[in-house]
Design a protein around this ligand. Structure first.
Ligand code: 13P
Ligand code: SF4
Length: 349
């Protein structure tokens, strides 16, 4: 065992049940092995909200840690080993643009428009949604959440990920004439009268998932007859259509876990996750569609995890002030929390 792993274990021991370490599936293997639980964005949000520990040391990216903060109890503190672990997709929209667009769309659309924001967004967007009686969603429940509002004859403004929006729309069999893409200059594609549009999708994307192609899938199918392809819904529509299964990181993990010994899987998602699945299930052959790591997820490492645990210890023993703390501005907190709680209510309903 390396010295730093020993140090982290010792710090965890000293802090006891005052600290809990959740990790997203995309965290590096050595971080996942030291964590208390692992999951996709939805599972982590729910599991964190059920913990009692004073300190939640969140190993993931900033929007996930903000989600944990929004659902945490008043006395809990959220710590993130690297506060600069962001998400370029979450940066692709903010509440100022969303507000402007929402007003513009509302003038021409005959239905009431409900904003739904992917978890991969910052607290201002979640607050914007909560204020407009909208909701958050994740890749594991986007279908259920969109359907919930469409069945009430409302229209939906979905952001920021175009691929999750369109892949979910296809699953729900929403006719193409009722869907438009909103470009980042606020133009609409295809240009048309939006009176009857039911789904407006923002043109955001994840560069980690954009790289996968149908050609990657074709090559693997040629090389490994009988291979199954599983991808994340942040992949392009044609990639999802050429795969056998698509779903959240938790669904990917569980599906491979439940598959028979000797199965061969081509996996279209973040590289460190695919490598860990291969390590966890050595009786199966797991191949990444292409090597595509998420640099932001990779910012959490053993060194900054050790530093954040040390900082908690120093704070508890009165030696220093607390570092690496995540907060959401009080002005945003209540509405953002409302949008997150709505997601849990619909998902569990
Ligand atoms: P999951 O909710 O499926 O874990 O996805 C999170 C994410 O960031 C995918 O890029
Ligand atoms: Fe963001 Fe993509 Fe990384 Fe997920 S994989 S955190 S969407 S950059």
């Amino acid at each position: 065992m390396t010295k730093i792993v020993e140090q982290i274990k010792e710090l965890k021991n000293l802090l006891g049940n005052r600290v809990i370490i959740p990790a997203h599936h995309y965290q590096k293997i050595e971080i996942v092995r030291l964590s208390d639980f692992v999951g996709d964005s939805y599972k982590l949000a729910v599991d964190c909200s059920n913990t009692e520990s004073e300190f939640i040391v969140f190993c993931g990216v900033k929007f996930m840690a903000e989600g944990a903060f929004l659902l945490a109890k008043k006395y809990q503190k959220i710590i993130m080993p690297d506060l600069n672990a962001g998400c370029p997709m979450a940066d692709m929209i903010d509440s100022e643009i969303a507000e402007k667009l929402y007003k513009k769309l509302n003038k021409s659309c005959k239905r009431e428009i409900i904003p739904i924001v992917y978890m991969n967004s910052y607290a201002d967007m979640k607050s914007f949604c909560g204020e407009k009686d909208g909701c958050v969603c994740t890749s594991s429940n986007a279908g259920k959440i969109i359907e919930y509002y469409l069945s009430q004859d409302k229209a939906v403004f979905f952001s920021p990920d175009y691929n999750l929006g369109i892949n979910t729309a296809r699953q729900l069999k929403i006719p193409s004439e009722e869907i438009v893409k909103i470009n980042r200059d606020l133009t609409i594609e295809p240009e048309m009268d939006i009176e009857n549009v039911k789904l407006f999708i923002w043109d955001g994307f994840c560069h980690v998932h954009k790289v996968f192609t149908t050609d990657d899938i074709f090559k693997l199918r040629e090389r490994y007859p009988g291979i199954k392809i599983i991808v994340h819904p942040e992949c392009d529509e044609e990639v999802v259509n050429s795969s056998d299964i698509s779903g959240s990181t938790q669904k990917i993990y569980q599906t491979i876990k439940d598959s028979p010994q000797g199965s061969i899987w081509g996996v279209g998602t973040e590289l460190n996750f695919v490598l860990r699945i291969a390590d966890d299930f050595k009786d199966k052959k797991i191949i990444p569609l292409r090597n595509s790591p998420c640099k932001n997820m990779g910012k959490i490492n053993l060194i900054n995890l050790a530093q954040s645990l040390s900082s908690i210890l120093d704070y508890k023993t009165g030696k220093d002030k607390l570092k690496f703390e995540v907060n959401v501005h009080e002005q945003l907190r209540l509405h953002a929390q409302k949008a997150l709680k709505k997601m849990i209510e619909i998902s569990q309903g």
